[in-house]
Design a protein around this ligand. Structure first.
Ligand code: NAI
Ligand code: MG
Length: 501
């Protein structure tokens, strides 16, 4: 076992056993090729540990295990209430290990420990409990036609589901996908992001202890182009659920076409936040800050384009600058007063810096930030929270997703102009509107092209409410009852009660 796990001590002193294998059929195994990926601590740029990376052969094994489990009466014929109890136990066990899981998340991803523990882990647990509660409440319908026919529907699981997870919320994105897939009776091959491979392996160790039959949940690390692509194009996989970039989402859609897989895609965004003259400006400032600076700005639905009506524009920009400078404390993610840790990887850090250069070059006004933050021991992928104002719609920084603590601000005159500029994007994930006028608020909510609208808040998502986008921000919905649609078929049964030929 020793080469499939290692004893580690995290920067906050937490000691734990880190699994390093692939979790297939409730066992730890090495990758066939012996290939590994190395996880880096974004705070000090040091290596944490290397873990096995799946290739196509390992994906084959995991898919075969999931296929066998899908047909296994131990899972297929389990009473739905029992399935719910199993999931609830899973959530409870995760809760018992939450400090270790949050520690790993912070070490590997860079997000503040307080956020990993009190928000990510809390939401992982509540999402799994929420979907545990659905396990015995998914049912079909009887459909009336004529007295000569009884017709009803059965909601069936789809089969083997491939789930491809991003690095911005490694455990939470896994929970969003595991919850609805498990409560509806599917089996799973989940591939974590290569940038953050560690926390999901610790979670995998709990699966057997909970009592899930072998093969129901298989967990792999591996590179997107190898393991991810093998999963998305696998003929033995019935569904693929993906969260990540729009570019990769398109690739996955193409690969999934090989056997017409059912797909759910949660991709990128450039979500607008509209501030009208008649809003509560104090609240607008605070929510605008959360909406873009939270989680180092690495949030798909981050409200990264702020449009402010001209009457309050100057006032907003100066209040926002002041609020960001006092609230967005950048530093060691294990320190209690840190709001913003490092970006997840060097690649993401460089990507954000390149957009900063682009903003300066295109002539936007730099309000604050605009550089790397080098005060944390001179190391790490830290970026000073960056605000550009007077941004034009044609500028790259107004149009492209940056995925960092980076926001653009621009002014507008009329509601009509605000809506047309808000909608002038290929994306359509989140959006927010600040006004005290309820009629205007609901009218704007209807006219915005987005999967989600926040009125007088931003990004306070909730597992009971559908999450997802329109346009190039994705296909399908996660969370809420809507999330079950993504993991079930409706089989129609026709019963002849008297039509004689
Ligand atoms: P990515 O979309 O390439 O990676 C996300 C997941 O997809 C990872 O598990 C990765 O291994 C997998 N993947 C990558 N290429 C694949 C392929 N060809 N086939 C199958 N799976 C594949 O995102 P990346 O490169 O890490 O980040 C680039 C940008 O994507 C970010 O700057 C950000 O704009 C966006 N992004 C958006 C996220 C969201 O929550 N919507 C999350 C992560 C990134
Ligand atoms: Mg890392």
């Amino acid at each position: 076992m020793s080469d499939l796990s290692v004893e580690l001590t995290a920067p906050n002193g937490v000691k734990y056993t880190q699994p390093t294998g692939l979790w297939i059929n409730n066992e730890w195994v090495k990758s066939k090729s012996g290939e590994k990926i190395t996880s880096i601590n974004p705070t000090d740029e040091k290596e944490i540990v290397s873990v096995y990376a799946a290739g196509p052969e390992d994906v084959d094994l995991a898919v075969a295990a999931a296929r066998k489990a899908f047909k296994d009466p131990a899972w297929r014929d389990m009473a739905t209430t029992g399935r719910g109890e199993l999931m609830y136990r899973f959530a409870t066990l995760i809760e018992q290990h939450k400090e270790t899981l949050a520690t790993i998340e912070t070490w590997d991803n860079g997000k503040p420990y307080s956020v990993a523990l009190n928000e990510d882990l809390a939401e992982v647990v509540s999402t799994l409990k929420y979907y545990a509660g659905f396990a015995d409440k998914v049912h079909g319908q009887v459909i009336d036609t004529t007295p000569a026919k009884l017709a009803y529907t059965i909601r069936e699981p789809l089969g083997v589901c491939g789930q491809i997870i991003p690095w911005n919320y490694p455990l939470l994105m896994a929970a969003w996908k595991l919850g609805p897939a498990l409560c509806t009776g599917n089996t799973i091959v989940l591939k974590a992001a290569e940038q953050t491979p560690l926390s999901i392996l610790y979670l995998a160790n709990l699966i057997k202890e909970v009592g899930f039959p072998p093969g129901v949940i298989n967990i792999l690390n591996g590179e997107g182009r190898k393991a991810g692509a093998a999963l998305a194009s696998h003929l033995g996989v019935d569904k693929i659920a993906f969260t990540g970039s729009t570019t990769t989402g398109r690739e996955i859609m193409k690969m999934a076409a090989i056997n017409l897989k059912n797909i759910t895609l949660e991709t990128g965004g450039k979500s607008p936040l509209l501030i009208f003259d008649d809003c509560d400006l104090d609240q607008a400032v605070k929510w605008a800050h959360i909406g873009i600076m939270y989680n180092q700005g690495q949030v798909c639905s981050a409200t990264s384009r702020i449009l402010v009506q001209e009457g309050v524009y100057e006032k907003f920009v100066s209040a926002f600058k002041e609020y960001v400078s006092t609230t967005s404390k950048v530093g060691d993610p294990f320190a209690d007063d840190t709001f913003q840790g490092p970006q997840v990887t060097k690649a993401q850090y460089e990507r954000v810096l390149s957009y900063i250069e682009s903003g300066k070059h295109e002539g936007a006004t730099l309000v604050s930030g605009g550089e790397a933050h080098k005060d944390v021991g001179g190391k790490g992928f830290f970026i000073a929270p960056t605000i550009f104002s007077d941004v034009k719609d044609t500028m790259k920084i107004f149009r492209e997703e940056v995925f960092g603590p980076f926001v653009v601000v621009s002014s507008f005159k009329t509601e009509e102009e605000a809506i047309s500029r808000a909608n002038d994007t290929t994306y359509g994930l989140g959006s927010a509107v600040f006004t005290q006028n309820i009629t205007k608020a609901h009218r704007v909510a209807r006219n915005i092209e987005a999967g989600m609208v926040w009125i007088n808040s931003s990004n306070d998502s909730d597992m009971r409410i559908p999450f997802g986008g329109v346009k190039m921000s994705g296909i399908g919905r996660e969370l809420g009852e809507a999330g079950l649609e993504a993991y079930t078929n409706k089989k129609a049964v026709h019963v002849n009660l008297g039509t004689v030929l």
